[in-house]
Write a protein that binds this ligand. Sequence first.
Ligand code: CA
Ligand code: CA
Ligand code: CA
Ligand code: CA
Ligand code: CA
Length: 405
Amino acid sequence: MSEAGEFPARRRLLALAVIAVALAVLGALRLWGPYAPNRLVNPPTQAGATAEPGSSVAGDPTAAPAGGAAVPVTAQVETVAVPHRGDAADDAAVWVHPTDPSRSTVIATDKQGGLAVYDLAGRQLSYHDGTKPNNVDLRYNFPLAGQRVAVVATSDGGDDTIRIYTVDPTTRDLRDAAARRIATGTRVYGLCMYRSARTGAYSVFVSDKGETLQQWELFERGGRVDARKVRTLTLGSKSEGCVADDELGDLYVAQEDVGLWRYGAEPTAGEARTQIDTTGRGGHLAQDVEGVALYHTSGSAGYLIASSQGSSDYAVYERGGQNRYLTRFSIAPGAIDAVTGTDGIDVTSFNLGGAFAEGMFVAQDDRNDSGNQNFKLVPWGAIARSSPSPLVIDTRWDPRAPTIR
Ligand code: CA
Ligand code: CA
Ligand code: CA
Ligand code: CA
Ligand code: CA
């Protein structure tokens, strides 16, 4: 072989080798490096991974979620419809009465004009107008004026404030308790609360219609409740539903078009996050991902539940650990109409007596056959027993008990 022919052959080999090495490096970066797409706790792999803040995997709005068909259950009770027409009912929080759990209530938002309180038969006990609450959450044992009170927070879309109430156990009504007008400086949207088992501090998380989530720490001032902003997270796109795990220090955030994330709930936890599930291919969620809630068992176990609005059902994950996907259920027609297009949800494992002696799941219903939107109440036992692998029914965890270790 002549020298003239040998050099081009070597160059070709060298070029091929360079390309092969470059492809291998790119492949490694894609799998392991900073440019990796968000890897998921749940499909396509079971391996947990953190992702860059602000990064996102877009969902496919036409794809059906993975995880098989939802198990149908039926509602036992529906609340009185909210007074406003159209998309008005949104989120709910179960308040457990301090001495008589059968007198517990569902505190729920009508984002067009008020905050409602319902009893466990769905009757309206009170309705507070002059506010446009989007989401609602509550925590117990807040130290106020020498007492321990249940404190309720709402994100008010009318004036972009955080509203604070306390619950009067005698009347079961709400009392405004904000020390001042708590303006967020952002277009408020989702909201959830956190009580740190580590420090005892109470926080309100409030998201906006852009891409941020603020954390506000609550404190007493002159016998009322004030708040100071302690953290701002950049989520990447619109996020509403959230829930915090007081015992484990986790914060779960539903990024509507993208999926479900876990952050640290402490103000010092930073922006590190883990993607639990996706609205994309192979995920168990159909956008929008809306309300999220925690079912607590004794011993810090339980379930994380997310409203998969686009598929009108609810995905169930393990609480804690890797938040492994378990099952899904829907609320089918029975004596009460089916639930579709749910925004907010809540769940309690606690024994509320009667139909809800095994706990209760609450879901907003986008289309109520008997009037404006309302909320449906489902016995947890029905959900737990219907699941292909029965879910736990454990009524021992008391949400009213102090959580400081
Ligand atoms: Ca809605
Ligand atoms: Ca909630
Ligand atoms: Ca939403
Ligand atoms: Ca319905
Ligand atoms: Ca109905």
